[in-house]
Design a protein around this ligand. Structure first.
Ligand code: AMP
Length: 458
């Protein structure tokens, strides 16, 4: 995962706008963050481990002068969680300097690394740096270089790139990770991972950046170059709709909130239950559980309150607290649960460690019955395209049946949304989506049996 944003705002402090755009994308990555800004001359950059609010203050932001800025919030999938892997990356070419930020995961990094000149020194361990170096070693204008990278890089990559006087954005030919563009009301443009980043900085959503498209934004305005994507199947990540994206974003013109609401309605049709109340595991399952409650004509209640400030803590709980696990994050509203037959809706079960604790917490709070409903099909396969989804060994649905999972969670009943139901709720054609984590077929990585063997060996 990761959140990226790029701003081109003549006459304004682009770094400040990039900061607030990234603030709306903090859910996409909490390990490190950074912003690079340019004023037509020098590119200045600041990045650190941690959350945006802890990294940037007025003094730091005021150093990042200029009308062009790009930024990144990181959640690592390739490369370890250390500051040298934080982004933006800064690189130098004969054309001048550039700053680079990547969301996604390449699937042919080793091959690309080997194609680099032996004199190229890599400092980080990330796939992103390999891609940035490919741009450095390519020839011609920046658009030529990006075209060359688009022709060889496989996997998921949505990129923002700032030079000393221009902003570029591009997206892999499969369109796996989201990227959209908005227009600033006072002039200029913003490119961001999700549309929820546009409103807070006064930008109007224009459209998605198309797969294989290169955008160049300069004093001449916005130019678009469409590369050939005929051989690539569209493959937008389904997990963005299930869990990752914010509900107030839209992807490919489909509101995430409405997609999740429809998933909940459909789930209620597929797995109806005699119950008293419907609740969500907050926050990602709220829209789905409202859909479920509406369809089943049951009241929607708040059964758990999430501590919004728990995030990353550097203070470890002691043994006794750790055993209580999720209780640090969620606290039950006993009055809504006591003596009730409760439907609890969650978006997904991945490793299967959170759900049993939630079910136990609801029972402790007095729930008479706990019916677990999941607004996605079982997650049975790992992700190679940018979601930290665990290996086959860790994925509970890769190793157990639905009935076994029900027993492990301690729920009275368990129902997962069907794949057909999910696809219908999202309103996209099956062939347009990456369903890798659900069915094990990936758009641009080796055949399934090979990836399975690969995953087991890591
Ligand atoms: P678990 O089954 O214990 O791995 O936890 C699954 C829960 O974590 C789901 O209910 C999601 O809300 C959330 N989740 C799903 N996928 C991810 C992910 N890749 N990274 C972090 N949290 C996730």
């Amino acid at each position: 995962m990761c959140g990226i944003a790029g701003v081109f705002a003549p006459g304004r402090d682009a770094a400040r706008l990039a900061f607030f755009a990234l603030y709306a994308l903090q859910h996409r990555g909490q390990e490190s963050a950074g912003i690079a800004a340019a004023d037509g001359g020098t590119i200045r950059s600041h990045k650190e481990m941690g959350l945006l609010s802890g990294i940037f203050d007025e003094d730091i932001l005021s150093e990042l002068t200029g009308h062009i800025a790009i930024g990144h919030t990181r959640y690592s999938t390739t490369g370890s969680s250390i500051v040298v892997n934080a982004q933006p990356l800064l690189e130098r070419t004969e054309l001048g300097d550039f700053a680079f930020a990547h969301n996604g995961n390449l699937t042919n990094t080793d091959e690309l690394r080997e194609s680099l000149s032996p004199t190229t020194v890599l400092q980080a361990s990330s796939d992103s740096e390999v891609m940035a170096k490919l741009l450095v070693e390519s020839k011609g204008t920046m658009v030529d270089r990006i075209k060359a990278v688009l022709a060889v890089a496989r996997g998921a990559y949505s990129i923002v790139l700032g030079t000393q006087d221009e902003l570029y954005a591009f997206r892999d030919p499969w369109g796996v990770r989201p990227l959209c563009i908005g227009k600033l009301s006072e002039g200029g443009y913003v490119v961001a991972s999700e549309s929820c980043a546009l409103g807070p900085i006064g930008a109007q959503y224009m459209r998605e950046v198309r797969r294989g498209e290169i955008l160049r934004i300069s004093s001449k305005g916005l130019e678009s170059y469409q590369t050939d994507v005929e051989r690539a199947q569209p493959a937008l990540c389904m997990f963005e709709y299930i869990y990752f994206a914010r509900p107030d974003s839209k992807l490919n013109d489909r509101s995430i909130y409405m997609a999740r609401y429809a998933m909940g309605r459909r789930l209620a049709q597929e797995h109806p239950v005699d119950a008293d109340v419907v609740m969500a595991v907050p926050d990602s399952a709220v829209a789905g559980s409202i859909g479920f409650a509406t369809e089943s004509d049951l009241p929607y209640v708040e059964g758990l309150i999430k501590n919004r400030y728990i995030g990353r803590t550097f203070i470890s709980p002691d043994q006794g607290m750790r055993a209580r696990g999720v209780h640090l994050k969620f606290n039950p509203v006993v009055e809504n649960l006591e003596g009730q037959r409760v439907v609890v809706v969650d978006d997904s079960i991945v490793r299967g460690t959170t759900t049993p604790r939630i079910v136990a917490l609801l029972r402790e709070a007095g729930a008479k019955e706990v019916h677990l409903r999941i607004t996605s099909p079982p997650i049975k396969h790992p992700c190679y395209l940018g979601v930290d989804m665990a290996t086959y060994d860790e994925l509970v649905a890769a190793n157990y049946t639905v009935e076994e999972i029900r027993q492990k969670t301690g729920a009275d009943t368990l129902g997962y949304l069907s794949l057909a139901g999910l696809i219908e709720a999202v309103g996209r054609k099956r062939e347009e989506m990456c369903l890798g984590c659900l069915i094990g077929e990936y758009p641009n990585v080796p055949a399934v049996h090979e990836t399975r063997a690969l995953a087991r060996s890591t």
